[in-house]
Structures are given as C-alpha cells and as structure tokens.
Design a protein. Structure first.
Length: 359
C-alpha cells in the first residue's frame, strides 16, 4: 500500500478532480509481470490453436465457423477477465483464449475475402474488431495489444488503399489526442492509457519498418513518392500539441512565448522533413515529459535516437560531410535554446497538465 495515497487523494479532492473518500488500495502486478503474462498468453494461444487444428479440423475448414468460433473465444475471454481478472493464472488463460479467438476470427475473415491481403475491407474489419476489444476487455495488457493491433490494421488498410503515407500522421494524432485528454475523463483512463501506448508502439515500429529497417522488411509506406505529405501531417500534429501545451502554460497569441514556441516548432518540422520519424519522436517525447510519464518519454527519446541514427546511415554522404551536418544541427539547436531562455523567460511559465487550466 502506498503510504502517500491519503495525502495525494486529499490534494486531488482539494483541486476538484475527485470526490468522496479515498478508495481502498488495490494490489496490481507490476507492468513487467503483465508483459510477461502477455507473452505467455501468446505461447499458450499457439498451443490452443494447435489443439483446435488437430482435434477440430471441421472448424478450420469453414470460414463462418472460424468467425463465429473466434467471436465465442473473445466472449469467453471477456467473461473470464470480468469474473476472475484478479487471478493471475485466470488472466493468463483468458489472454490465451482471446488470442486464439482473434487468430480464428482473422483466419475466417481472410478466407471470406479469398485470402487477399490487398483488400482494405479485410484490414478495416480486423481493425474494428480490435477497437471493440479495447473497450470491452477489462485487462491492461489486452488493451495495449488491441490498441497496437488496431493501429497496425488501419495502417495496412491505408497501404492497401494507396494512402499509407497518411498512416504515421493519423496514428500520431490519435495517440496525441488520447494523452492530451488523459485527465479530462478520469473514468476512461484505464481504457485510454493502455490503448494509447499500443498506438504509440505501433507508430514507432511503423516508422522503423518503413525507414531504418526498410531494406530488411521491404515495407514502404510511400511507394508513390508522397511521404512528404505524411511528414507534413505529423508536423501539423506536433504543432497542435505544442499549441495545446502552451495554452495550458498560460501562453496566448500574439504573446511572445506562444509566437516563439510555435515558430521554433515550425522550423524544426521544416528542417526534419527529410528525416522521417523525427517529428513523431519529438511529439512522443514532449507528451511524456509534459505529463510526467517516464515510460512514454523514454519511448519517445529512444525512438528519436533510432530515427536520427537511421537517417544518418541512410545519407549518401561522406563521413566528413555527415559530421559537418551534425555539428551544424547541434549548433542551431543550442542557439535556439539560448534564444528561448533569453526571450521566453521560461522559468516564469507554470505548466498545468489538466484541461481548463486547473493547477
């Protein structure tokens, strides 16, 4: 039990964010234990699918039977998590049942569409299924996975429809909206936070697969040469996040703080247009720092380093030219920091992470 919980609850109640007495402390497994359970659930799902394939071959041979069986598996997993979610073994078994049900459902949908991965309808159906599971499944690990799977399905649907260049910006916009509204609806926090983490992980892996790891993965989100528009969309999301955070800090246009902050962000967006993923990494890092979320900030920082390193090795320049580019970029960033401290007097700004300007 957290000994600081009564004081924290009192502070929240005084700020008008909560009402009533402090709830009883609930014991919850650490995140790394839940992650381990998710991996174990996948392994158990493979064995369960093997059992179904060996003992119930008639189910695999019928497309609609797979779809119905998959939905029944998800329903059974929901019931287990609803009734026995506090039991770690029951939660692990429920994850295995759900993953097996999702695999059966996906197999049935692909069979109904003649197994074509180039049909946007297939991925839209799977994305809608995962979005529904985000809302229905009362389990953080499952919601994180479903958020990741829904984001991946939307990306593949856009790719099949020729709009894959929009995927990074759309995913970044969805994740930014979820994190910016993290405290607006406290009741939906257990749903929004894991799903938003899943979308962010999908975004990071998408940028890596289509950028640094593209020679190995063969995944290209921009076969038609329109990736610049996607980068502009990600930059627009970053600008929107900066504007919201500036407003919460009390800065308004035409004030100096808002003008310099937005102008500096726009300059960074324009400079990074040729480096895919930089705007997304900055946005994730900024959201994590603004909300005091170390896991999100760490993920954004790691993604930013990976994107910058990948772009460095993709440049067809000599080592001397690359070193000069890095030195010039570092000098510009240091100059921007000096100007920000001189012009904005950031020490007088107070950041308020809650909507409505509440401290």
């Amino acid at each position: 039990m957290n000994v600081h919980e009564p004081a924290a609850w009192t502070a929240l109640r005084d700020a008008g964010l909560v009402q009533g007495a402090a709830p009883a402390a609930a014991l919850e497994a650490p995140w790394y234990v839940r992650l381990m359970l998710g991996v174990a659930g996948w392994i158990a799902a493979l064995f369960l699918l093997g059992f179904v394939a060996a003992g119930m071959a008639w189910l695999i041979e019928s497309e609609w039977a797979c779809v119905v069986g998959g939905l029944l598996g998800s329903g059974a997993a929901w019931l287990l998590l609803r009734k026995l979610g506090h039991n770690e073994f029951a939660a692990q078994f429920a994850l295995a049942v759900s993953f097996a049900g999702q695999a059966l459902f996906a197999y049935g949908v692909f069979s109904l569409f003649q197994g074509s991965p180039d049909s946007p309808a297939v991925w839209l159906v799977l994305g809608l299924q995962q979005a529904a599971l985000v809302v229905l499944m009362p389990n953080a690990t499952h919601r994180l996975w479903s958020g990741f799977a829904a984001a991946a399905a939307v990306t593949l649907a856009l790719r099949a429809g020729g709009g894959a260049f929009l995927a990074p910006g759309l995913l970044l916009g969805a994740a930014a909206w979820a994190w910016l509204n993290e405290f607006r609806w406290p009741r939906f926090g257990p749903v929004l936070r894991p799903a938003a983490f899943g979308v962010v992980v999908a975004l990071v892996l998408l940028e890596l697969a289509a950028g640094t790891l593209r020679p190995a993965t063969g995944f290209d989100v921009d076969p038609a040469g329109r990736r610049l528009y996607g980068q502009l969309l990600s930059g627009a999301v970053l600008l929107g996040v900066v504007w919201v955070l500036l407003r919460r800090a009390g800065a308004t246009l035409p004030g100096r703080a808002a003008a310099v902050g937005l102008a500096g962000t726009a300059a960074m967006v324009l400079v990074s247009l040729e480096a895919p993923g930089i705007a997304a990494g900055l946005c994730i890092l900024l959201l994590g720092f603004a909300h005091g979320n170390r896991a999100l900030a760490g993920l954004g920082g790691a993604a930013l380093l990976l994107y910058a390193g990948g772009y460095y090795y993709e440049l067809e320049l000599t080592l001397l030219a690359k070193s000069q580019v890095l030195a010039a970029t570092g000098g510009v960033l240091l100059a921007l920091r000096w100007l920000a401290l001189r012009l904005l007097h950031l020490s007088v700004l107070r950041f308020r992470p809650w909507p409505g300007g509440r401290p």
